[in-house]
Design a binder for this molecule. Sequence first.
Ligand code: PLP
Length: 364
Amino acid sequence: MKLEALVNPSVLTQPVYEPGKPIEDVARELGLDPSTIIKLASNENPFGPSPLAKEAAVRALDQGGLYPDGGCVALRARLAQAWGLDARQFVIGNGSNELIELLGHVFLRPGDEVVMGNPSFAVYKLVTLLFGAKPVEVPLVNHAHDLAALAAAVTPRTKLVFVPSPNNPMGTANTESELLAFALGLPEHVVFVFDEAYAEYLETPPDLRQLMREGRKVVCLRTFSKIYGLASLRVGYGYASIEMASLLNRVRQPFNVNAIGQAAAIAALDDGEFVVKCRRENHVGLRRLEAGMQALGLATVPSMANFLLVKVGDGARVLSDLQKQGVIVRPMRAYGMPEWLRVTVGTECQNERLLGTLAKVLQF
Ligand SMILES: *Cc1c(COP(=O)(O)O)cnc(C)c1O
């Protein structure tokens, strides 16, 4: 018997996520010195983690022989304090990607529908398909989520609606009043998932906590992978009603978040100054990249996040030539935008290197 015959059919048709290429892979494939390569492909913080988070991570290694706190008690208490919510309203995940999967475990059965923008974060669709549910993709308008069209795509079968703001890969954002009105207009059988992976890059991010107080079915997702610079440690969290959070906590693995990540995340929350500094630097870098791209005659999408979409023409060719020069960026082919690349805002030096290399490569 063929192995394939045994496999859950949604696994056989499951598309594969295309991550940003690691520095080591590019170095090996192209024979480059890894220390000369810069990666501006996955919206990571070019300043890395806060020094406080690094120290906490190193200290946590002393207890590396012990299982982590499976309930993430200290981290949830710290988050409850930061948000003015009950610690039972939080669920911690192995990155917020895991929380998207937990939402699938809790809510999705074959035949259910999940509404999402297109393009938006690829993992929503992957998780939907993995659970045998149907992605209902709603085109963006002017590169932004069309909330009225998302609402109109809801049917009696819809279980989840995903809205990231700022959206990845576009960088566009919706206002708080738009989002509140959208949430209030959703029918009772729909859970609104608001993905705030880049919220810390906004001066005043939307606050949807009042929806939770009013008993609305809403889950907000945050991550330590972006402005907190802890992508490799894999920590994200959701906050929602106590009932919603306890359902998500029920389906996760007992020790889903490692102790080093938990300790680093708590320390990262304590270093508010670092976040302010990164937000400021990002703002300056983003403006610089926008101006630089414009000077090269390249169109961009106005971004509120730590990355920028830029239209380069033959995306695959430019991506490959940039890589040969030691600059890794992200192709947008998988998002149906083969003429575009997504670049992360780097340090000042990395941004200049990107612009200089792009200028050179565009002349090839
Ligand atoms: C990067 C990103 C995440 C975070 O992923 P982690 O698993 O927390 O690293 C979530 N949502 C969006 C839209 C993202 O771009």
